[in-house]
Design a protein around this ligand. Structure first.
Ligand SMILES: [Zn+2]
Length: 270
């Protein structure tokens, strides 16, 4: 199994459940979808942390309202300094000392790293020290296109959420991935190969398809109707799809990649 159990990787729906339970982890890693949607998700988490209403986040109390206009004193955005492209190690060090400062009004402070790609390896290592021993009054929200671009040590410290894309095109991909998985359970290898064909010419589309397969696995794993056997297969598909999605840039031939994938997936079936 990979470091990430399928059930930890979810869209907003499951995030809501975690927030309602009140067990908010000390570090979130939000990947996938667009920068706008990731930011929206980060603000949703921030509001859930600082909100003063019973039903969090209410979007209506002074705390929520100030998060919406980026002016809540307990919510800090970590971005590069003016005219710089990266978040410097000094900034991260300064951040570390800031994390020990108690919140102004809320119970916890939220630090949002708007784009983790702006953190180089040194920066990530500096951040790791805080992630390893986080003060109880702090929640980190790290936003990134794909967690593959971060140090595994950083990733392993976070609760990971994969956002699904909600563009019309991604609806088609979601349908294709669902169909693809049913073909697998119906033992229709040839049809599976045909189904991947339209994703063979474009790396971005291929990645979108693999991510959609992952999301579909999570969706089915979450369903109570999914049998034990099916869950086991889905977990293996998830891990394999994740591995392939992360190794995509290095892979030369997408047709070969998908053919090998179909064979591998078939081997998971009894
Ligand atoms: Zn509120």
């Amino acid at each position: 199994m990979s470091a990430v159990m399928p059930m930890d990787v979810n869209g907003l729906e499951n995030l809501e459940r975690i927030i309602k339970s009140g067990r908010i982890p000390h570090a979130f890693l939000i990947e996938g979808s667009s920068p706008e949607k990731r930011l929206e998700t980060a603000k949703y988490i921030a509001k859930s942390v600082v909100c003063v209403s019973q039903d969090k986040p209410c979007d209506n109390c002074p705390q929520c309202k100030t998060v919406n206009i980026d002016s809540n004193p307990d919510v800090t955005f970590v971005v590069p300094e003016k005219d710089k492209k990266t978040v410097t190690v000094d900034q991260i060090r300064a951040l570390r000392s800031e994390t020990v400062v108690l919140p102004h009004a809320a119970e916890r402070r939220v630090f949002i790293i708007k784009d983790a790609l702006q953190l180089n390896e040194q920066g990530q290592n500096a951040l790791l020290k805080t992630l390893e021993e986080p003060p109880e009054t702090v929640v980190f929200v790290i936003l990134v296109d794909s967690k593959a671009s971060l140090l595994p040590t950083v990733v392993s410290r976070c609760s990971i959420f994969l956002l699904s894309d909600d563009s019309p095109e991604s609806d088609d991909i979601a349908i294709d991935s669902r169909e693809f998985i049913s073909l697998l359970f119906d033992n229709k290898e040839y049809e599976m190969l045909l189904a991947t064909r339209k994703y063979e010419n474009d790396r971005t589309k291929a990645k979108a398809f693999l991510d959609a397969v992952k999301i579909e696995c999570v969706r089915q794993l979450r369903s109570e109707e999914t049998s034990k056997y099916r869950s086991k297969v889905l977990s293996r598909i998830y891990d394999e799809a994740e591995y392939l999605s992360e190794s995509l840039p290095a892979n030369i031939n997408l047709t070969l990649l998908f053919t090998a994938m179909v064979c591998k997936f078939k081997s998971f079936i009894k």
